[in-house]
Design a protein around this ligand. Structure first.
Ligand SMILES: [Zn+2]
Length: 313
């Protein structure tokens, strides 16, 4: 399976809850565990500003390119340096590349991306550029796909993505998230707002119903799976309290349902703020395992996996 990754995703944001070193740690873990080899990783191409403008407004893109601290950039909760802006642009070309790979191979994973709080005209919540939205608009513009579903299983609602596609019936935005938490909610095509302390069983019951329904009713030709690690029990930003096993099952429900129906799927990493960054890394690596399993490429002898899921047809 092809993975998209760049060392430049590890930019310096100072002391911060967002561990930008997780990307290189995920790559190292994939290599160390024998799940991937160096030649499975692909660098994103140089960012194309016109791609970013497919989603983001001229004023906002100008602020980013000129590192201007304005009402549009200030809500990022991040510093604004060229390394950071370039890093976000690179994450965006990475998501686009992973989408191109998935169209050829069925599944490709981006060890990056998932910045679902960025709006067309402003930054929010550690997100400067909505790579998900840019990739979708780019694929549509290229005529490669029309109907898309975003299956967003990050702890937080995909508010930026929801707003960007609010008037586009070709893009179905699904978000399952902790309700009483950041952000101020936008209207997705389908939102499931969960109570605090939801846990594995109820969470995955929702997904077992929702994912096949999205596929059968919206008929997407492509799925971007926002595989945030932050619903985790030891996350610092939320209390949905899913275990690693529950999160791996979540991954399997999304990935298997798409793959069995022949729908290309690209997981992107999004959030993950576990007290111990290694937990966040392991959750993301487990997502990669579920992709490899669906493709029949999981190396023999890799550790115990969650119970099988029987998707509804
Ligand atoms: Zn999140």
């Amino acid at each position: 399976m092809r993975f998209v990754y760049s060392d430049r995703y590890h930019f310096n944001i100072g002391v911060h809850v967002f561990p930008t070193d997780k990307y290189k740690l995920v790559k190292a873990s994939l290599l160390g565990s024998g799940l991937a080899k160096e030649s499975d990783f692909f660098e994103p191409p140089e960012p194309v500003i016109d791609d970013i403008r497919l989603v983001h407004t001229k004023e906002y893109v100008d602020d980013l390119l000129n590192l201007r601290w304005t009402s549009r950039t200030v809500r990022s909760e991040l510093p604004l340096t060229w390394d950071i802006v370039y890093g976000y642009m690179l994450h965006t070309s990475g998501t686009i590349l992973a989408c191109h790979f998935a169209l050829e191979d069925g599944i490709a994973m981006h060890i990056g991306g998932g910045f679902h709080h960025a709006f067309a005209d402003h930054a929010e919540g550690f997100c400067y550029i909505n790579d998900i939205a840019v990739a979708i608009k780019k694929l549509q513009k290229e005529g490669k796909i029309e109907r898309v579903a975003v299956i967003d299983c990050d702890l937080h609602q995909g508010n930026g993505t929801a707003r960007i596609f609010q008037d586009d019936p070709r893009v179905f935005t699904f978000s399952i998230h902790q309700e009483h938490l950041y952000p101020i909610k936008e209207r997705s095509s389908w939102d499931i707002g969960l109570e605090d302390e939801t846990g594995d069983e109820e969470y995955n019951q929702h997904l077992i119903t929702a994912v096949p329904k999205i596929i059968s009713e919206h008929k997407p030709q492509f799925v971007i799976y926002v595989a945030g690690a932050d619903p985790y029990i030891d996350d610092q930003l939320g209390t949905l309290r899913l275990t690693k096993r529950g999160l791996a099952l979540r991954d399997r429900i999304v990935i298997e349902n798409c793959h069995r129906k022949g729908i290309p799927v690209v997981p992107v990493l999004a959030g993950g703020y576990a007290l111990n960054t290694q937990d966040t890394v392991e959750i993301h690596v487990n997502t990669a395992k579920e992709c490899l399993r669906a493709l029949g490429q999981l190396p023999a002898g890799t550790e115990e996996q969650p119970e099988p899921v029987h998707p509804q047809n």
